[in-house]
Design a protein around this ligand. Sequence first.
Ligand code: ADP
Ligand code: MG
Length: 259
Amino acid sequence: MGVSIEIRGVSKIFEGYGEKRGLIALNDINADISPGEFVSILGASGCGKSTLLRIIAGLDAATSGTIYCGGEAVRNTDPSRGLVFQEHTLFPWMTVRGNIEFALKSTGQYREKRGEITGWLSLADLESFADSYPHQLSGGMRQRAALIRTLAVAPDVVLLDEPLGALDNFTRMTLQDELVRLWQERGSTMIMVTHDVDEAIYLSRRVILMSPRPGRVKNILDIPMGYPRDRASGDFMGFRVSILKQLEFAKNIQEDYTI
Ligand SMILES: Nc1ncnc2c1ncn2[C@@H]1O[C@H](COP(=O)(O)OP(=O)(O)O)[C@@H](O)[C@H]1O
Ligand SMILES: [Mg+2]
């Protein structure tokens, strides 16, 4: 069900004023993402991750270069590319079901997909909260609701900008499992921005490592482990050390962890 994303020579310069004038947020980004792949974009704050995701979504335009989605150049937003942000974006005056209905209606898919809503709710373990309002849910439940709302509308490509960043560590690990499960069931192409090394390793088949000033691709790493992954395995630790080293955060780690 997912589609390919090709990122070809994408640069972004923010004009701006004063000190920030001519800021090169992205410098010649290239990457090919296969249909149904789970890819993370990992890097420190300010290296252009959100900017890149917004350009893929069609919310912002590249200064140069092109993004192809399913072979077609991205020029605008499209309901087939869904976005999930860090802060849940459910409408507080609508119930969980109401939020999903609204998303389907506003993208002209309600008649076709209304019958799937209950299935989505049960997939996210939210059936008994279908008629609850966002303020009646925990942070994790709200993010789960936001996630299925996006998946219900946009099965092709799901763009996630630190969607679990505001949650505590335990909730986050549980939701990472949910995310893997939803992804495996639906086969969407998933592109997730994160600054959490473990999250990137746990979820993705490949990690696009970015470095800042100007935002560049430092490396693209394969994570050839099956799912579900074991956070405590030696392989996991090996990837972790390798990434931390590449990000220059691991200066005193024993060499024998190198992979
Ligand atoms: N709309 C904007 N106008 C000017 N500068 C921006 C804008 N959006 C982002 N930037 C700058 O571009 C750089 C990359 O930002 P961003 O993509 O948000 O990074 P990240 O998501 O990796 O933290 C930062 O230096 C940021 O200040
Ligand atoms: Mg960001």
